[in-house]
Design a protein around this ligand. Structure first.
Ligand code: NAD
Length: 261
């Protein structure tokens, strides 16, 4: 369904971004990857997505999402590589957990820059081409924490609420073109970012990792199970597929019932 289309997915060397890259490439899109990691892991991701695209390796940008000029340069590189950019998925993100009074200021700045401001810079750079061609699909991977809060995640919650607000405002600006901007709001997804939060909870409460997962990390996720990367990727695929053009400015939850409570 994405034959002839091109996509740029930030933070796609791991987790949700890599899962979305897989489904987009399988659906026929040309995909540019971005993100950090060990050289061998990046090479493996490029080879895997490249194979799905029918090339030796998928194009890749090493742009740092905390650096506005690099974010905008990455969009320009994708347009140059593909001749146009149809799909932008702003997915790169980091987490840091601490009481607000101890929250390191540099962590606050990094989370706001990577999780929120990079979305602004990438959208600003990609929109002129999308509007000129009257086609574009923008997805911002926000979070359940873009809609409700939890303690000790001030920077993340602030950034993700900001992403949802940015999504709505952009959607209104582009509403009359065949360009959409939506947010996906996952609950806890089985990725390195979320799994890393389990051992500290087990230590803090003196319980096994299994109990820490169900009773503490997933305390607000009524399904009591991880959302899988592939489930989020399928939502991201639907949002760029046929018949999705009427969905604009939405924050779509995929959270095992979290927001219903
Ligand atoms: P992950 O750690 O597996 O992947 C994060 C990706 O972002 C990696 O490719 C990493 O290299 C990249 N990245 C980090 N900092 C970067 C930077 N400065 N520049 C470029 N790339 C950078 O995490 P994930 O769980 O797949 O997270 C992806 C997105 O989903 C994030 O925005 C996260 O906030 C969001 N999310 C995750 C969950 C969850 O439970 N895992 C829930 C809701 C939302």
């Amino acid at each position: 369904i994405l034959e002839g289309q091109s996509a740029l997915i930030t933070g796609s060397t791991s987790g949700i971004g890599l899962g979305i890259a897989r489904l987009y490439a399988e659906a026929g899109a040309k995909v540019m990857l971005n993100g950090f990691g060990k050289p061998e892991d990046i090479a493996a991701a490029r080879a895997e997505i490249g194979r799905l695209m029918g090339v030796a390796e998928a194009p890749y940008s090493a742009a740092d999402m905390s650096k506005p000029a690099e974010v905008r340069g990455m969009v320009a590189a994708a347009e140059a590589a593909f001749g146009k950019l149809d799909i932008l998925v702003n997915n790169a993100g980091i987490q840091f957990v601490s009481p607000v009074q101890d929250f390191p200021a540099e962590k606050w700045d990094a989370i706001i820059a990577i999780n929120m401001s990079s979305n602004f810079h990438a959208i600003a750079a990609a929109l002129p081409g999308m509007l000129a061609r009257n086609y574009g699909r923008i997805i911002n991977v926000a979070s359940a924490h873009g809609l409700v809060a939890s303690p000790y995640k001030t920077a993340y919650v602030a950034a993700k609420h900001g992403v949802v607000g940015l999504t709505k405002s952009v959607a209104l600006e582009i509403a009359q073109a065949d360009v959409t901007c939506n947010a996906i709001c996952p609950g806890f997804v089985r990725t390195p970012l979320a799994e890393a939060q389990v051992p500290p909870l087990a230590a803090k409460f003196g319980v096994s990792e299994e109990v820490a997962l169900k009773d503490h990390l997933l305390a607000k996720q009524p399904s009591k199970r991880w959302i899988e990367v592939d489930e989020v990727a399928r939502m991201a695929l639907w949002l760029v597929g046929p018949g999705s053009g009427g969905v604009n400015g939405s924050a779509l939850s995929i959270d095992g019932g979290w927001l219903a409570a």
